[in-house]
Design a protein around this ligand. Structure first.
Ligand code: FES
Ligand SMILES: [Fe+2]
Length: 370
């Protein structure tokens, strides 16, 4: 009886009806309850794909790149390496002896030696040797190797997950197929055009704002002059979705090959979103990847990674003034952050024609949290 009651309580808390015309939005408790914010770590973020960066981090054999996966949230110390056979590995950056962090700074090396008691590993994470361990029985075992994490490449872009058997393709295949004509390998990361933003709002409020073009005429006067609001569409996939920005004019559109199913359309931007926190915005000049990183229940870091494909088209059309568009989004999302805490707000309803992406996002949250 008690267990059943608890179960239905949890189901009700996150329930979002499949039918958008009947559905109410996610309960405001999701954005305000610190326990739910903690639960989301393991239930959503630890089970999903996460962006690392691209292969330029480890261009040459022997290069090692330590990083923290979702710093201040998942806080998982990881290590990217390229071995002498040019194979790239994603490993736990934690020594299997007593848990020291193995590599502190990017470096080039043939082996990984722990600075605490000298345990030695190969660049693929396999245990090699350990001083003063001759008497230890049943040693070494596979548990003494560094934990290996899955690694998924998309062109030069690299993804990993804390979930061992994650099927990355379910998350990424719709984007890969739709843009299979794009030479992703030619996209070059430009750090000087990349930027981190700090938003005083819950991470999901930032995502759900991204997931609808409904607010464009109200919030983005500039963007509204180049995007045709009437033609704006949203397509839903299993763990991702696509918003298609159609241009008002002929300029600053993709030159689509006949093989593309969008051939003949005036596409200004492909806005792909991958659950739970990645946005891939393709413009005729290249790609802006936005990674949404929770820091606190009301604080979020959003990193914009800029990849240039055609420099001469940079900062034109829908992909121009991205900083201004971001400021407009942040302002409205931060205002919602204040409203969502109100005693008088619990949830709202969706526009059937304009908020399919937000509904999809809430449905996935509800699926993962139950
Ligand atoms: S913690 Fe690494 S060798 Fe002891
Ligand atoms: Fe926006």
């Amino acid at each position: 009886m008690g267990a059943n009651f608890l179960l239905s309580f949890y189901m009700l808390r996150y329930f979002v009806d499949k039918n958008i015309a009947l559905a109410s939005t996610l309960n405001s408790q999701f954005y305000t309850d610190p326990l739910i914010f903690e639960e989301t770590k393991e239930r959503i973020f630890a089970l999903s794909p996460q962006f690392i960066g691209d292969t330029s981090l480890i261009d040459e054999a022997g290069q090692c790149h330590p990083f923290t996966l979702l710093k201040n949230y998942l806080n998982e110390p990881l290590l990217l390496t390229r071995d002498q056979h040019q194979n790239v590995h994603c490993l736990a950056n934690v020594c299997t002896h007593r848990g020291n962090i193995l590599i502190g700074q990017p470096c080039k090396t043939n082996t990984l030696r722990c600075k605490y008691h000298g345990r030695l590993f190969a660049l693929d994470g396999n245990f090699i040797s350990m001083p003063e361990f001759k008497e230890v029985q049943h040693f070494p075992s596979p548990l003494d190797d560094l934990k290996k994490l899955p690694l998924f490449p998309l062109g030069r872009l690299l993804f990993t997950s804390l979930k061992n058997d994650l099927d990355f393709s379910v998350y990424l295949k719709n984007m890969m197929e739709r843009l299979d004509w794009l030479p992703l390998n030619e996209f070059i990361f430009r750090p000087e055009l990349s930027k981190d933003y700090y938003v005083k709002a819950h991470w999901a409020l930032y995502c759900e704002n991204y997931l609808e073009g409904f607010h464009i005429p109200f919030v983005h006067a500039g963007l509204n002059t180049v995007i045709d609001y009437g033609e704006y569409t949203t397509e839903l996939f299993r763990y991702s979705n696509l918003q298609l920005g159609i241009a008002k004019g002929e300029e600053n559109c993709f030159n689509l090959p006949p093989s593309s199913i969008d051939h003949g359309k005036k596409i200004a931007a492909y806005y792909f979103w991958i659950f739970p926190n990645m946005m891939f915005n393709f413009y005729p000049w290249g790609l802006s990847i936005n990674v949404v990183q929770p820091i606190a229940i009301d604080k979020t870091k959003v990193s914009f990674f800029t990849y240039i494909w055609k420099e001469e088209k940079y900062n034109r059309g829908a992909g121009s003034n991205l900083d201004k568009v971001e400021m407009e989004d942040e302002e409205i999302v931060q205002t919602v952050q204040k409203g969502i805490r109100s005693r008088f707000y619990q949830h709202g309803r969706y526009s059937v024609t304009r908020e399919q992406g937000t509904h999809h996002f809430h449905r996935l949250i509800s699926e993962f949290m139950q």
